[in-house]
Design a protein around this ligand. Structure first.
Ligand SMILES: CC(=O)N[C@H]1[C@@H](OP(=O)(O)OP(=O)(O)OC[C@H]2O[C@@H](n3ccc(=O)[nH]c3=O)[C@H](O)[C@@H]2O)O[C@H](CO)[C@@H](O)[C@@H]1O
Ligand SMILES: C=C(OP(=O)(O)O)C(=O)O
Length: 434
């Protein structure tokens, strides 16, 4: 288990470029299995989850060639489905959430697939019903072996149909789209997730020859095709990293320019941080955060306490709630952080409370933060990173704190943030990997 030793209190300064998006990378890498033609993907982040998925498809027989930093060629000309029965596959695939999206492409192209119960953050129940209900409606048979925790799907003929998803699951929508593009006939998908990464996936599939209408909405019409060809694709910048850098700049009073943000794809993210009182300027596609000694949380228009709540896109992403929460600990004012989508993601506030933050955990979904307005700084302590976003929230807290902190279990942070210690140290942070 690796740890970060963080000396807090430094103001950072300079420019930082967000990495390619983790959650888009996971979808896109799985989609390369849909064709026997080569695919070239740019802006792939060097992070644990993505590296593990690349290793997994390589183990299956996909030829993966690194063309340059962040650019890989995937060629799924030979795929060894027997590998899915191996203990090694079951152990590796179980270590990340994104592996669940291997199911759709393999089912679509080879008529069968399997996956062990996928890993990812332990942030509450993470059911997969949407995925399997969707596969079943397309004509697949589904089996879950409770003893081995293995899910199997197979189909002799996938047939397009109308379906109304039980929830707008992101990976569920990606899986169903990747199956429907090669099913017979038309699939109409209502209540689909429609976040930018799903739009990117659809646009790439269209370039491969798929027929998809309604991209960007929650109503997709997919006309199945027999084959898909290769293409090139560039991942968006990671919007969760961008939000993390905005929060980091504010709490440490740093002047930062976040480069090439694809601001047009960020939805409510800048707005939510602005409501915490953080000033920012949009300079072409860069977000400039001036050094700010204080930032004051807005109220609702009737003067009542602001609530920040998550929701499926185009709502505010649940993956930035921990960052909003930690950023608010040094704002002036009060905010209610309401994490609706996951039930165990706020427990890390205990560590912030130990550092001196004023937070009341009302219940597993809601925490009230009373900002300290930088009158009292947080204190460095030793803590463990429970999940990827809480891990980064703790790193941000530690960078703003007086004294030194140790953060254990930073493998969680490495799942999704590329060379984060080196990139922040280049801006003036003092983070040592132990
Ligand atoms: C690898 C990957 O891409 N992971 C992301 C993906 O996970 P993933 O696809 O696993 O998440 P889902 O979208 O399936 O669901 C996330 C949570 O939100 C709840 N839910 C979902 C839809 C809905 O309409 N109502 C609702 O309450 C689900 O029950 C679940 O608790 O999307 C999540 C939601 O943006 C992100 O946090 C994860 O980082
Ligand atoms: C919850 C997350 O990831 P995963 O779905 O991979 O666990 C996340 O990226 O915040």
């Amino acid at each position: 288990m690796a740890s970060f030793e963080v000396k807090g209190g430094n103001k950072l300064n300079g420019e930082i470029t967000p990495q390619g998006a983790k959650n888009e990378a996971l979808q896109i890498i799985c989609a390369t299995l849909l064709t026997d033609q080569p695919m070239v993907i740019h802006n792939i982040p060097y992070i644990r989850d993505v590296n593990q998925l690349i290793e997994l498809v390589q183990d299956m027989g996909v030829e993966v060639t690194k063309l340059k930093e962040g650019t890989y060629r995937f060629h799924a000309i030979n795929v060894n489905l027997d590998y899915l029965a191996s203990a090694q596959y079951q152990q590796k695939a179980a270590s990340l959430r994104g592996s669940v999206m291997l199911l759709g492409p393999l089912l679509a192209r080879f008529g069968r697939s399997r996956i062990p119960k996928p890993g990812g953050d332990k942030i509450g129940r993470r059911r997969l019903d949407t995925h399997f209900l969707g596969f079943q409606q397309l004509g697949a048979k589904f089996n879950y072996d409770i003893k081995t925790n293995i899910y199997d799907v197979d189909a002799t003929q996938l047939q397009g149909t109308y379906m109304h998803l039980d929830e707008a699951s992101v990976t569920g929508t990606a899986n169903i789209i990747m199956t429907a593009v090669r099913a017979k006939g038309t699939t109409t998908l209502y209540h689909a997730a429609c976040e930018p990464y799903i739009q990117q996936l659809c646009q790439m599939l269209v370039r491969m020859g798929a027929k998809i209408e309604g991209i960007g909405s929650n109503l997709l019409k997919i006309e199945g095709v027999d084959t898909l060809g290769g293409t090139e694709h560039t991942l968006l910048p990671d919007m969760i990293e961008i939000g993390s850098f905005i929060g980091l700049a504010a709490i440490t009073g740093s002047e930062l320019t976040i480069k090439n943000c694809r601001i047009d794809q960020l939805g409510l993210i800048p707005h939510m941080f602005q409501r915490l009182g953080i000033q920012m300027e949009f300079k072409k596609d860069d977000i400039y955060i001036p050094a700010q000694d204080h930032y004051e949380i807005d109220t609702f228009m009737d003067g009542s306490i602001l609530t920040v709540a998550d929701a499926p896109w185009p709502g505010f992403t649940p993956d930035l709630m921990s960052i909003v929460l930690v950023t608010a600990t040094q704002a002036k004012g009060t905010v209610l952080v309401h994490q609706k989508m996951f039930e165990s993601r706020l427990f890390f506030v205990d560590k912030l409370i130990d550092m001196g933050a004023q937070i009341i955990l009302c219940d597993p979904h809601r925490a009230t933060v009373n900002g300290l307005n930088k009158q009292i700084m947080l204190r460095g302590i030793r803590m463990t990173s429970p999940d990827i976003r809480a891990g980064v929230a703790l790193l941000i807290a530690a960078l703003s704190a007086e004294g030194t902190s140790i953060i254990d279990n930073i493998e969680q942070i490495d799942r999704g943030y590329q060379y984060i210690d080196q990139r922040l140290n280049a801006l003036g942070a003092e983070i040592k990997r132990l």
